[in-house]
Ligand binder design. Structure first.
Ligand SMILES: *Cc1c(COP(=O)(O)O)cnc(C)c1O
Length: 405
């Protein structure tokens, strides 16, 4: 018999990471060991309200019972086949996801970045085979301040120098235009353009919401010019904004929809390209793939996520609690909050630099039992699980008021 493992303190575990973990993150000094719903608990048993929700990967909260049950049931039957064989979960997941989003076909992948990469490949192939763009000439128009992931091709069209510096040479074929500027977008589209790739709301940039009419304008423009509209809803989608998809606020249906994060229920990485049949139909056997994409565990969890969204309950909660969120933030304007942008249960809050940096505010909130993440210096992002109660949300806003005071 070995002695029970020594319980290690938060401070000890943080110190232990330093020499053995790549330093590509700068986490808050909290070591989480369990969680339920909107709450997480650290190694010492302190409880925190999770106002980040895994960058919206935890839209249904930690360990939602229906999702955990689906995962457990699938773990007891079948976890992986690879796509060399069929599995009995994938057809149902794809049917229901396509129906939920109003599109036809699904390409299952794992991470968000893979969905973006897959969308780029599909759009290029469509450009050559359907639109008739000369070989290797296809372009994709993207927006400044985008965030679409971390692969070499994706950082090739990032405008964040920290994300790019030292990672070249970069993939050609992208044109960058200002976000929320239809004239600039129109000027950048020509006969080589395969697609316009955008976030309907720019999350990492600080929850930047384009003017009303922009997304509908992008849809009209791409249709008129004969190129595809790829909406990256990896963070904005699946209930966060008060609708299933953020593009629904302008009644827009994109040609390709990229989903990830919450699609895996906070349990497994699940992403997807969902598209019209004429577009995704360009892929033939051997041209694209993923060992884990569409695995039965992912499909079972993804199906349970789609079932939760089919009830409409989470979209409704996000819309209703969004009123509480906006009300609470409005009351803080001029009291440490310079401004904010919010849609549904999602806000980017610009903190008065005189009160503290985003990082300092995040650390102070942590000490008050509320976890958030700063972005771009003085902005903090609020994106709690959609299962949070109005009381809990009010508690978090009270903590924000306290640390700003
Ligand atoms: C998180 C995110 C991605 C990348 O997802 P990963 O799973 O981290 O690869 C892509 N696009 C948007 C909009 C995101 O928020």
């Amino acid at each position: 018999m070995t002695a029970p493992a020594q319980t290690r303190s938060s401070a000890d575990l943080i110190r232990a990471e330093e020499p053995v973990l790549a330093h590509n993150y700068h986490p808050l000094p909290v070591v989480v060991s369990r969680a339920e719903g909107a709450w997480v608990e650290d190694v010492e048993g302190r409880r925190y309200l999770d106002m980040l929700a895994g960058y919206s990967a935890l839209n249904f909260g930690h360990r939602h019972p229906a999702l955990i049950e689906a995962a457990h049931a699938q773990l007891d039957r079948l976890t992986l086949t690879s796509r060399a064989f069929h599995n009995d979960k994938l057809a149902g997941f794809a049917e229901r996801l396509a129906a939920l989003t109003g599109l036809d076909m699904v390409l299952p992948m794992n991470t968000g970045a893979e969905a973006v990469e897959s969308g780029i490949k599909v759009a290029r192939k469509w450009a050559y085979e359907v639109k008739g763009v000369p070989a290797d000439q296809a372009t994709i128009v993207v927006a400044a301040d985008n965030f679409h992931g971390r692969t070499t091709t994706i950082v090739s069209f990032s405008t964040d120098e920290t994300a790019r510096q030292g990672f070249g040479p970069f993939t050609p074929g992208f044109r960058i235009v200002p976000y929320n500027d239809l004239a600039a977008l129109e000027a950048a589209i020509d006969e080589t353009t395969a697609a316009v790739l955008l976030e309907p709301i720019q999350g990492e940039a600080g929850v930047l919401i384009p003017d009303q009419g922009y997304l509908a304008g992008v849809r009209e423009l791409t249709s008129r010019k004969g190129c595809l509209f790829i909406a990256d809803e990896i963070q904005s989608g699946l209930g966060r904004t008060g609708r299933t998809l953020a593009v629904e606020h302008e009644s827009v249906v994109p040609d390709l929809l990229l989903l990830g994060k919450a699609l895996g229920g906070g349990i497994v990485p699940v992403s997807a390209v969902v598209a019209r049949r004429e577009v995704l139909g360009v892929l033939r056997p051997g041209e694209h793939g993923s060992t884990f994409g569409g695995n039965p565990l992912a499909a079972a969890v993804g199906m349970a996520v789609v079932e939760l969204l089919e009830t409409g309950e989470f979209q409704r909660r996000a819309a209703e609690l969004g009123v509480v969120l906006r009300g609470g933030l409005s009351a803080l304007l001029g009291k440490g909050v310079l401004g904010f942008r919010a849609r549904g249960l999602w806000a980017g809050v610009d903190i008065d630099p005189a009160v503290g940096t985003g990082r300092e505010i995040s650390e102070r909130l942590m000490r008050e039992g509320v976890l958030v993440k700063d972005t771009h210096g003085s902005t903090i992002r609020l994106a709690p699980p959609l299962t949070i109660t109005a009381e809990e949300l009010t508690e978090a806003l009270g903590a924000l008021e306290k640390v700003l005071g």
